[in-house]
Design a protein around this ligand. Structure first.
Ligand code: HEM
Length: 388
């Protein structure tokens, strides 16, 4: 009897080992070249990395030579509707660039392509473009293949959609993507990346009440506060720590500085005043307004201090609905060094606790690019994986 039990147990154990191995193999086969390796089981990483086409990450592009305004809705970059499988996500800026072909239309790009596209299409300044891109790439991209996806698939190609938690690119919640977005819902409520008409209606309402029918920095300050208060009141998992404290305020300035037509800048009454039809075009249709000219000078988050000053709120998170507790452990808008150190030593190290080989090499190269671009004042560089 004991012999039979032992044999059965051995058979069961062998089957489990085989099944486990099979699931790793299956995951290897299903693995996309732009999928993040962050947070994966070390055994999976070990199996997947050799199947990838590894690249040495190239040095990011510098500023372009011509930095004035120009027509960017041009005949070389026609808007096209989505094809099956094209990826779009929570960023209206990148979605629009992909739909006009400044980025690959499928929504998968290298960090260098993203930096070049935001500079060319919007005149985003080189420092913000580089910092933003490498923060996103380190958290949501594949650092071995040097590819990043700009979101989640907006159209399914088959009956068996991939898990958003795995291939979400910049839609991955709790990385770059966060709560209290202006036109996207919180992940807690199920969809953190699609355009949300109800939230856009609120943006329109605030623009009418506080901006005389335009979106501007005053509207941004009020809307930012409103969205934070809504999340505090309804989302038990609401988080506004570290990076999200910075991006939540920064993103509200991009429509003012980068979605307004560059020709408006020369007129003090129209400068920084985004029309609601232009806002709808970017946020909803992922399309430049007809004949759009990019910003007049390289621009980024100018005015962020105005938005923050309207309703200064410390970084923190909800511990249950309506229970917001301040948490400065991962830095904030007013503590860039705390942000940098926490981002590298806690966030990235948490995603990649013990990388080896080409993964470790490429993480170190990308972390160096981030530090060079961020150059946080009086802030020593940290090396969680030693030096290459
Ligand atoms: C440089 C590379 C960029 C990356 C990696 C990036 C990434 C992202 C991500 C992950 C989000 C979602 C954050 C959230 O949860 O709200 C976001 C939001 C946003 N991005 Fe970008 N972005 C980039 C460039 C741009 C540019 C060039 C613009 C404008 C021209 C832009 C405009 C916006 C706006 C307005 C939002 C807020 C959307 C909302 O709150 O509904 N971004 N971006």
């Amino acid at each position: 009897m004991t012999g039979v039990l032992t044999a059965t147990f051995k058979l069961l154990a062998t089957t489990l080992v085989l099944l486990n191995g099979l699931s790793i193999v299956t995951n290897v086969h299903a693995f996309k070249s732009y999928q993040s390796l962050g947070g994966l089981d070390p055994r999976q990483v070990e199996r997947i990395v050799p199947t990838l086409d590894a690249r040495v990450p190239p040095r990011p592009p510098g500023p372009p030579r011509f930095t004035g305004t120009k027509l960017v809705d041009d005949c070389e970059h026609p808007w096209r509707p989505l094809r099956n499988g094209d990826i779009r996500g929570p960023c209206p800026g990148l979605n629009t660039l992909a739909s006009h072909g400044y980025l690959p239309r499928d929504g998968v790009a290298t960090p260098s392509q993203i930096i070049e596209a935001v500079q060319e299409g919007y005149n985003m300044n080189n420092q913000i473009a580089t910092v933003t891109t490498f923060i996103a790439h380190l958290m949501d991209g594949n650092v071995v293949t040097d590819l990043l996806s700009i979101g989640e698939k907006t159209r399914r190609t088959g009956p068996d959609p991939p898990s958003p938690a795995i291939v979400g690119g910049i839609s991955n919640h709790g990385t770059f993507e966060g709560d209290a977005s202006m036109t996207r819902g919180d992940a807690f409520f199920g969809d953190n990346h699609s355009f949300n008409q109800t939230l856009f209606d609120q943006l329109v309402d605030f623009s009418n009440r506080f901006g005389g029918g335009f979106y501007n920095l005053t509207v941004a300050g009020e809307l930012r506060h409103q969205r934070i208060q809504q999340s505090i009141a309804t989302n038990p998992t609401f988080s506004l720590v570290g990076l999200r404290h910075i991006t939540a305020f920064g993103e509200t300035t991009f429509p003012v500085n980068l979605f307004t037509d560059g020709r408006q800048a020369s007129n003090p009454t129209t400068r920084g005043q985004l029309t609601l039809s232009a806002a709808r075009s970017f946020f909803k249709d992922m399309r430049f307004p007809t004949g759009f000219f990019r910003a007049a000078v390289p621009s980024g988050n100018e005015g962020i201090e105005v938005v923050f000053a309207a309703h200064p709120i410390e970084p923190g998170r909800n511990h249950g609905v309506n229970n917001y507790v301040v948490d400065t452990s991962l830095g904030s808008l007013s503590d860039p060094c705390g942000f940098y150190t926490g981002f590298v030593n806690t966030t990235i190290k948490g995603l990649y606790p013990n990388p080896t080989g080409v993964l470790r090499r490429n993480l170190n190269i990308n972390l160096q690019f981030l530090y060079d671009a961020l150059s946080p004042p009086d802030c020593p560089q940290v090396f969680p994986y030693g030096r290459n």
